[in-house]
Design a protein around this ligand. Sequence first.
Ligand SMILES: Cc1cc2nc3c(=O)[nH]c(=O)nc-3n(C[C@H](O)[C@H](O)[C@H](O)COP(=O)(O)OP(=O)(O)OC[C@H]3O[C@@H](n4cnc5c(N)ncnc54)[C@H](O)[C@@H]3O)c2cc1C
Length: 334
Amino acid sequence: MSVRQATLERLASFPNVTMTQGIPLSRCTRFGIGGPAEVYFETSDESSFAALLAAVRESGTNYVVIGGGTNLIVADEGFEGIVLRFTASAIDRSGQIVRARAGAELQALVDFSIEQGLKGLETMTGIPGSVGGAIYGNAGAYGHSIDERVRLVRFFDGGRVRRFTNAECEFRYRESIFKKHKDWIVFEAELAMDIAPVEELRASAEKIFAIRLEKYPLTMKCAGSIFKNLLLAELSEGVRAQVPERVIREGKVPSAYFLEQIGAKGMRIGDIRVADYHANLIYNEGGGSARQLCELIADLKERVRVHFGLELEEEVQYVGFTPGGARRPSPILL
Ligand SMILES: Cc1cc2nc3c(=O)[nH]c(=O)nc-3n(C[C@H](O)[C@H](O)[C@H](O)COP(=O)(O)OP(=O)(O)OC[C@H]3O[C@@H](n4cnc5c(N)ncnc54)[C@H](O)[C@@H]3O)c2cc1C
C-alpha cells in the first residue's frame, strides 16, 4: 500500500528524523541492487524511532527495517512503503560488560572490545553490517557467534521497549527470536566479555581479517554466504550418507559442499555470478539485477533439490518481494 500524504506529514513531524523520498535502495545494499524506497526514514533518536514505528504500524502502511544492508536482496522495483533505519551507534563499557546501540557497526564493536582488552568478539572481525543486524541473524564466524556474548537485548515491540535475556532471544545457528518477530526492533545489546591482552586479541583478529579479505575483497558486491550451512543432526539419513566426513565442521555441513557437487562455481546470469573459488558466494560484477540474482538462487536450489533431495535455505533476507522470495520475484510486500 502506498504511503498516504497524511501519514507522511505526521511522520515527518517527529523530531530528529531524516526523511527521503525515492532513494535508490541499491545505495543502501552491499549488493548494489534494489529499486527506490517510496519513503526512507532514518533517526538515531530512540524515542523518535519508537514513535515513527508505532505511527507507521497504526497507519497500516507496509514497512521494513534495515541495518547496514549487507545481507539484503532488494527487488528491482524497490519497496512500496516505508523503509526505516535506526542509526544510534554509541558503544560503552562498564567492567566486563559492553553496551552497543543497534546502529553501531559490528566492526566498531569488535575494534572497541579488542582495544579495551575484552575478549569474545575478535573472531567476528570483518563481518560487515550493524549490531542490530548481527543480533537479528545471530552473526558469527570461525566457530563463534554473537549469542555467546549477549547478556541482554533491549528492543521495541511496537508498543513498548522490552529487555530479553540471552535465553529469551532464542538464539540458534543464524537465528533469533527477532527473525520470527520482524516487527521487534533491536535498540541495544549488552555483551559479557572476558579479559585478555590487547596484543593477543589484535593478532587473532588480524589473522582472521587477512583470510577474510582474500575471500571477500572490500569492494565485492555481495552478501557473504547466500545459503545457511546445514546442521548435520537435522539432515535425513539419505543426505547424511552422501556427505564425506572431511567436510563436516562443528556439526555443520557447508552448503558450499552441495553447491560444488552440482557445479555451482562460476555459474552466472548476466553480471550475477557464483565465485570460482566459493560455491556459496554470489556477487554482482556491477550491472546485475535482483531478478537475475533471484533466478540464479532459484536455479541453484532446484539443482540441489533434484540431486540431493535437500532444501537449501537462504541466509540472505528479501525486501520488496512477495512471501516466497526468490521463487516469486514480483513486488512488493515484505
Ligand atoms: C562480505 C560479507 C561477508 C559476510 N560474512 C558474514 C559472516 O562471516 N558471518 C555472518 O553471520 N554474516 C556474514 N555476512 C552477512 C551480514 O554481514 C550479516 O548478516 C550482518 O549481521 C547483517 O547486518 P546488517 O546491519 O547489514 O543488516 P541488513 O542486511 O540491513 O538486514 C538484515 C536483517 O536484519 C534486520 N535488522 C537490521 N537491523 C535490525 C534491528 N535493529 N532490529 C531488528 N532487525 C534488524 C533487517 O530487518 C533484515 O531482515 C557477510 C556479509 C558480507 C557482505
